[in-house]
Write a protein that binds this ligand. Structure first.
Ligand SMILES: Nc1ncnc2c1ncn2[C@@H]1O[C@H](COP(=O)(O)OP(=O)(O)OP(=O)(O)O)[C@@H](O)[C@H]1O
Length: 249
């Protein structure tokens, strides 16, 4: 059974489609990059799959069932900019929020949950900041805390919306090794990603998206100049060494 199945998905804001008839089946245990220009519908796709926004038409299944029934199996790291970082809470509590699917909303987290959450903070190198207010963390540290929260969910499939934005090289490395660790445990991870230079290094599969699905498959087959041109239109600059620059202005 596929971790994620999307069929004929159309999403519109104010009647204007931002995703049109998108369909794909995500294989298990892969790191998958979701690639496309600004406004291509990448975040919208994730939100639609997670049932956070209404869809105009189409079907989404997580392990063959509705998201609502599979909520516990899904981890989500939202775009950093979409989070209210002034919310008065500390890093450990943010991570503990990831445990609520396991604890149940009406119960308080027990010692085991707290230990588990602390272990997740340790994995992302943030245990020393457990008691720190999230508003007083740097952008990269906030991103690490959100990854720890996703780890605390102990999910089977993860969606991460631009986890590398605004982080330094060390944090990027830490995130990538975490993704590989998840993959080694047969988890499936879908990541919205902007840096075309690292796509081949980081991802086993890619989804190229721009309103419609342009291509979906193993990176070696799908991440081609031809498909990139179709995805980004005329906004690509081909450099001598075969790398690509995207003008997203
Ligand atoms: N809440 C909203 N109301 C109206 N339009 C929206 C809303 N959210 C997104 N859009 C529009 O939908 C389109 C797709 O947006 P989305 O955020 O999914 O793109 P994206 O591929 O994630 O872009 P980026 O790379 O810039 O993050 C854009 O044209 C955007 O302006």
């Amino acid at each position: 059974m596929y971790p994620v199945t999307v069929e004929n998905l159309t999403v519109a804001y104010h009647r204007k489609p931002v995703l049109q008839e998108v369909g794909f089946e995500v294989p298990e245990g892969k790191l998958i990059g979701i690639i496309g220009p600004n406004g291509a519908g990448k975040s919208t796709l994730i939100k639609a799959v997670l049932g956070l926004i209404p869809v105009a038409s189409g079907e989404v299944e997580i392990y063959g069932d509705h998201y609502k029934k599979q909520r516990k199996r899904v981890g989500y790291v939202p775009q950093r900019g979409s989070v209210d970082w002034d919310f008065p809470t500390n890093a450990l509590d943010v991570v503990l929020m990831g445990r609520y699917g396991h604890i149940g909303w009406l119960k308080r987290p027990g010692k085991k949950d707290t230990e588990f959450a602390r272990g997740c903070l340790e994995k992302v190198g943030m245990l020393d900041f457990a008691d720190r207010q999230i508003s007083q963390l740097s952008g990269g540290q906030q991103q690490r805390v959100f990854l720890a929260r996703a780890l605390a969910q102990d999910a089977d499939v993860y969606f991460m919306d631009e986890p590398f934005v605004g982080v330094d090289a060390a944090t990027e490395k830490a995130i990538i090794s975490l993704l590989n660790e998840l993959k080694a445990r047969q988890k499936t991870v879908l990541v919205v990603h902007h840096d075309l230079q690292t796509v081949e290094e980081y991802f086993d599969w890619v989804l190229l998206l721009n309103l419609r699905k342009i291509a979906f498959g193993p990176t070696s087959e799908v991440f081609t100049m031809d498909n990139l041109q179709k995805t980004y239109g005329g906004r690509l600059t081909f450099l001598q060494n075969q790398s690509v620059l995207v003008d997203e202005t």
